[in-house]
Design a protein around this ligand. Structure first.
Ligand code: ADP
Ligand code: ZN
Length: 290
C-alpha cells in the first residue's frame, strides 16, 4: 500500500510516503509560509507519487466536520494568513479522486500511537502535546473524538497552587493548562527558556503539579487506558514520574485500577520523530476504509 502523509505544523510542514505498517519510505519538509504557497508545495510533492490515499493532520483550530460548509478549514488561528483558510480544499482540487482524511495534529498523533506505537491495541487513549501550545488528541471506544469541533483539552481551567502568583498567559483564559504549562508560559514566568532550566529548578515541580491535575481530570472524564505526552517540554523526562505522582495525588485512590500506578501509564510517544507522519499515515488508512 502506498499512502501519503502531511504533518502540517505552525512552523513547518512535513510530507511523506509510507505504508500500512507505518513504515516511512520518503519524506520532505518545508517551512510554513503563506497557506497558498505551503499547500502548493504539498501538491507538488504528491503530484507524481500516485498514492492511494492521503492523511492530513494540521495545526488548528480546524473544522473537522465533513458536514460543515467550512470542513477542511483552518479556522480561528492567530497565525498570519491562515485564519479561515480552506487548506483541505487545495488538496482536493489537485487530487479529486484520492481519498483524503483531515484532522487535528494531535488527533493524528494519537491515532498514530494507537495504530503503530505506545497505544497499540488499546481502545481509549489520550495524547497531549506540551510545546508552544498544549493540545490533546482523544481516542475513545476505538474512534477519534470530534463533536462541536474537536477536543481542546489544553485549555481546561486549573486550580492554582497557593504558592503560585503567576497569572498565566492564555489570551482567552489566563491560567488554563496551556496558559500555565506550555513552553512560552515557562519562559514568561521564569525569565528563561524551558530548555535552559536545570532539572532541580522549582519550575518543574509546579509544571508537574498542573499537568498531573489536568491528567486527573481526563482520567475522571474519559477513563483512558494510557496517556501519551509529547511535545518539546516533555523532553524533560524527569517530569514523567512527577506528573504521575501528582495525578495520583489528585485522584486520591478514588479510581481503583492498577494501571494508574504503572510507570508506563503516562508515556512518551513510542514513534519518536515519525509520530506526526505515522499519524497521518494512519489517517490515510482511515480514509481508505471509508
Ligand atoms: P511546537 O509545539 O511548536 O510544535 P515543540 O513541541 O518543539 O514545538 O515545542 C516548543 C516548545 O517546547 C518551546 O516553548 C520550547 O521552549 C520547549 N522545549 C523544546 N525543547 C525543550 C526541552 N528540551 N526542554 C524543555 N522545553 C523544551
Ligand atoms: Zn486557554
Amino acid at each position: 500500500m502506498k499512502l501519503g502523509a502531511i504533518e502540517g505544523g505552525g512552523t513547518k510542514f512535513v510530507v511523506g510516503i509510507g505504508n500500512e505498517k507505518g513504515e516511512i519510505f520518503d519524506r520532505a519538509s518545508f517551512p510554513t509560509t503563506t497557506p497558498e504557497e505551503t499547500m502548493a508545495r504539498c501538491v507538488e510533492y504528491f503530484k507524481d507519487k500516485d498514492v492511494e490515499a492521503i492523511g492530513f493532520s494540521c495545526f488548528g483550530p480546524i473544522d473537522p466536520d465533513p458536514d460543515s460548509p467550512t470542513y477542511g478549514y483552518v479556522t480561528t488561528t492567530p497565525k498570519p494568513y491562515w485564519a479561515n483558510y480552506n487548506a483541505l480544499g487545495d488538496l482536493k482540487k489537485a487530487f479529486p479522486n484520492t481519498p483524503i482524511a483531515f484532522d487535528t495534529d494531535v488527533n493524528g498523533a494519537c491515532l498514530g500511537e494507537v495504530t503503530f506505537g505506545a497505544g497499540k491495541g488499546l481502545k481509549n487513549v489520550v495524547y497531549y502535546t506540551i510545546g508552544t501550545g498544549v493540545g490533546a488528541g482523544v481516542y475513545v471506544e476505538g474512534n477519534l473524538v470530534h463533536g462541536l469541533v474537536h477536543p481542546e483539552a489544553g485549555h481546561v481551567p486549573l486550580i492554582i497552587r497557593e504558592d503560585d502568583p503567576y497569572k498565566g498567559r492564555c489570551p482567552y483564559h489566563g491560567n488554563c493548562l496551556e496558559g500555565m504549562c506550555a513552553g512560552p508560559a515557562i519562559e514568561d514566568r521564569w525569565g528563561k527558556s524551558a530548555k535552559e532550566l536545570p532539572v532541580d529548578h522549582p519550575a518543574w515541580d509546579l509544571e508537574a503539579y498542573y499537568i498531573g491535575q489536568a491528567l486527573a481530570s481526563v482520567v475522571l472524564i474519559l477513563s483512558p487506558q494510557k496517556i501519551i505526552l509529547g511535545g518539546g517540554v516533555m523532553h524533560q523526562s524527569h517530569l514523567f514520574p512527577m506528573i504521575s505522582k501528582y495525578m495520583n495525588q489528585f485522584l486520591n485512590d478514588y479510581i481503583k485500577h492498577d494501571a494508574l500506578k504503572d510507570p508506563n501509564y503516562i508515556q512518551w510517544p513510542a514513534l519518536g520523530d515519525n509520530a506526526g507522519l505515522c499519524g497521518s499515515i494512519a489517517l490515510a488508512m482511515k480514509a481508505l476504509e471509508k
